[in-house]
Design a protein around this ligand. Structure first.
Ligand code: DP6
Length: 320
């Protein structure tokens, strides 16, 4: 009744923002992401009949705030009659700062829970379960470039190409520490209800997904860069025009965007994306990684830099 899993966060190039069904946590739009290699969450799950209630430990400290969400996720995988769990989660990067820590956490949780409960589940089933807990987590079940498709009744997640087919790099500029002011789930509901741009965002998404998918299949970096930057700015426009406005950026976020655009205009293979937080992710060609890292490091307000390649999907580590 014990198992461990490891999962990496993913960075969306075509974003998920908005829910069509809150009860089932179904996204309003499809999305495309890259799964990272070097940032990870490792999770041990011990289902124990002698324990009274679930306990969650995150990086060595008891976490009561996240516990109800993770307990619900375990119920979805193993049923609400399951034994109580001791959940020990360790991540090698800042949690709740717009680096998709919930994606790697819930992806690891579904894989470890199914194994601890002795259940055979396909990756597609595990992705659907992870998506119930957090939409972006569904994508971390797969490696490389991943698409989450939304149909009327459910999500379907698949790998577009594996990580080694197009080994791009991701340079992350950390521009603020600490948790974000408002969680993405809550913020996207505010956008759905109040932004005058929300309908346009949802209606436009198929076009961006098509463009990104074919750029990925053809190794067309510029095509992917143009579509991903446009999609990111469109999502943030929806956030900014919500009431109350949802603004995750700070001055350094904007300075990083400017630095990345300058690099691109000089022929450097890089483009930006920003999620529900102030950190900036520069996707880049492997040969340009050092140049992008050096440029972002010298942007005023950048506190630190994290770099990563692209990696595999969530997997069981014990029993292997
Ligand atoms: C901006 O997956 O965190 O990162 O389903 O409510 O848990 P919930 O939302 P979540 O939202 C991610 C939003 C995003 C874009 C993306 O990753 O596609």
């Amino acid at each position: 009744m014990q198992a461990s899993a490891k999962a990496q966060p993913n960075i969306a190039l075509i974003k998920y923002w908005g829910k069509r069904d809150r009860a089932r946590n179904l996204p309003a739009v499809g999305s495309i992401s890259v799964t990272l290699a070097d940032l990870y969450t490792e999770m041990d799950i011990n289902l124990d009949a002698d324990v009274d209630s679930d306990v969650l430990i995150v990086n060595g400290s008891v976490d009561e705030q996240m516990l109800p969400r993770i307990s619900r996720c375990l119920d979805m995988v193993a049923g609400d009659q399951r034994n109580a769990a001791t959940i020990d989660s360790r991540s090698n990067f800042p949690v709740a700062a717009g680096l998709a820590s919930s994606a790697s956490a819930f992806a690891a949780a579904v894989v470890a829970t199914a194994a601890a409960a002795g259940l055979e589940r396909t990756t597609a089933e595990l992705a659907r379960l992870a998506g119930r807990a957090s939409g972006s987590a569904a994508r971390s079940l797969y490696g490389g470039f991943v698409e989450l498709e939304m149909s009327d009744d459910d999500i379907a997640v698949s790998s577009l190409i594996p990580a080694d087919a197009w080994p791009l790099k991701v340079v992350i500029a950390i521009t603020a520490g600490g948790p974000k002011p408002i969680g993405s789930g809550e913020a996207m509901e505010i956008s759905r209800k109040t932004s005058p741009f929300y309908k346009c965002w949802v209606d436009d998404q198929a076009q961006d997904l098509d463009a990104a998918r074919s750029a990925i299949k053809n190794g067309d970096f510029d095509g992917l860069a143009n579509t991903a930057e446009h999609n990111c700015l469109k999502m943030h426009s929806v956030m900014w025009t919500s009431r109350p406005a949802v603004v995750y950026w700070n001055a350094a976020t904007l300075e990083c965007l400017r630095a990345i655009r300058d690099l691109r205009s000089q022929g450097v293979g890089t483009f930006f994306t920003v999620d529900a937080g102030p950190q900036v992710k520069a996707i880049c060609l492997a040969e340009d990684e050092a140049r992008v890292r050096d440029a972002l490091q010298s942007v005023p307000g950048v506190l630190s830099i994290i770099t990563s390649g692209l990696g595999p999907g969530a997997r069981l580590t014990r029993p292997a």
